[in-house]
Design a protein around this ligand. Structure first.
Ligand SMILES: [Zn+2]
Ligand SMILES: [Zn+2]
Length: 242
C-alpha cells in the first residue's frame, strides 16, 4: 500500500495544550513509516506557547539530525500578531529554522476585526517574511476569516504551500468541509501543490490524513498527488536542513 512519507505540522508538549513529547512524536512517525517530519510548536505570543529560547535550543540538538530513517525538521507555527503582518518570531530566527508555518490564533494579541483586515495582514506577512506554509487559512474554527483567493494566489506565486488541515476535518463538520473544499478549488485554480497537515497535538495523530484524503477523493483527486506522498515535492518544498 502506498503510504504518506511526510507530515510537516506537528505540536509537542511545548505548545502547552498538546500532549506528546518529542520522543513520542518521533516513535509515532517511525511506526507510521514516515521519512520526514517537522516539529512546529506555536510561537511565543500564545500564552501557553514556548519561549523563543526553546526554538534556539532545539536547533542546537544535533543528535536529532542523525536519527536513522527519519529526517526531523525544526520549525515553528508563528503567529501573525498585528495588521502589519508582524510575526511573533524574529526574522533572524525564522531564517535559521527549517520550516516556517504562519497563521492566526486566538489569544495572541491579534485583534483583526474584519475579513479585509485579516486578509491584508496575511498578505503583508507573505510579503515581508520567510514562509513555507500557511496554516488553516480562514478556517471557521477561528474568528479570523480571510478572503481566500488573494493570499492563495500570492502564496502560489511565491512557492508557499497552503495546507489542508486534518484537525479541522477529522470530525467532518459540514462548515469545515465546505471551507476546505473552497481552499482546494483555489489551490487547483492556481496550480499549487497540495499539502496535507495533521496539525497533530498528540502522537497518535501524527501522519494521519484520513479526512484530508476523503476530501481529495470527493473532489476527484488522488491523495498520492499531494506533497506528502511525493519524494520530489518534499525535496522541492522542504529541502532546507541545517
Ligand atoms: Zn494552528
Ligand atoms: Zn498547529
Amino acid at each position: 500500500m502506498v503510504q504518506p512519507l511526510a507530515d510537516f505540522h506537528i505540536h509537542t508538549i511545548f505548545s502547552g495544550h498538546a500532549f506528546s513529547t518529542l520522543q513520542e512524536v518521533i516513535c509515532a512517525a517511525l511506526q507510521r513509516g514516515l521519512t520526514s517530519i517537522a516539529i512546529t510548536d506555536h510561537g511565543p505570543a500564545r500564552p501557553d506557547g514556548p519561549k523563543l529560547d526553546y526554538f534556539k535550543n532545539l536547533l542546537r540538538q544535533d543528535s536529532l539530525r542523525l536519527l536513522p530513517g527519519l529526517r526531523v525538521l525544526i520549525g515553528v507555527e508563528a503567529n501573525i500578531i498585528n495588521s502589519s503582518g508582524d510575526l511573533d518570531v524574529p526574522d533572524k530566527l525564522l531564517s535559521e529554522l527549517d520550516v516556517v508555518i504562519v497563521g492566526f490564533h486566538n489569544a495572541t494579541g491579534y485583534g483583526g476585526s474584519s475579513r479585509a483586515e485579516n486578509t491584508n495582514a496575511l498578505m503583508r506577512t507573505l510579503k515581508r517574511h520567510r514562509v513555507n506554509v500557511v496554516s488553516h487559512i480562514g478556517d471557521p474554527r477561528f474568528p479570523f476569516p480571510v478572503e481566500l483567493e488573494e493570499p492563495i494566489a500570492a502564496a502560489s506565486e511565491k512557492g508557499v504551500l497552503v495546507e489542508l488541515n486534518q484537525s479541522a476535518l477529522h470530525r467532518w463538520k459540514p462548515e469545515n468541509v465546505a471551507h476546505y473544499d473552497s481552499v482546494l478549488t483555489l489551490l487547483e485554480k492556481y496550480h499549487s501543490p497540495i499539502l496535507m497537515s495533521s496539525d497533530a497535538h498528540i502522537s497518535y495523530a501524527v501522519g494521519v490524513f484520513a479526512e484530508c484524503e476523503r476530501l481529495l477523493r470527493e473532489h476527484g483527486r488522488d491523495p498520492v498527488e499531494t506533497v506528502n506522498y511525493s519524494e520530489s515535492l518534499v525535496d522541492k518544498y522542504f529541502k532546507r536542513i541545517r
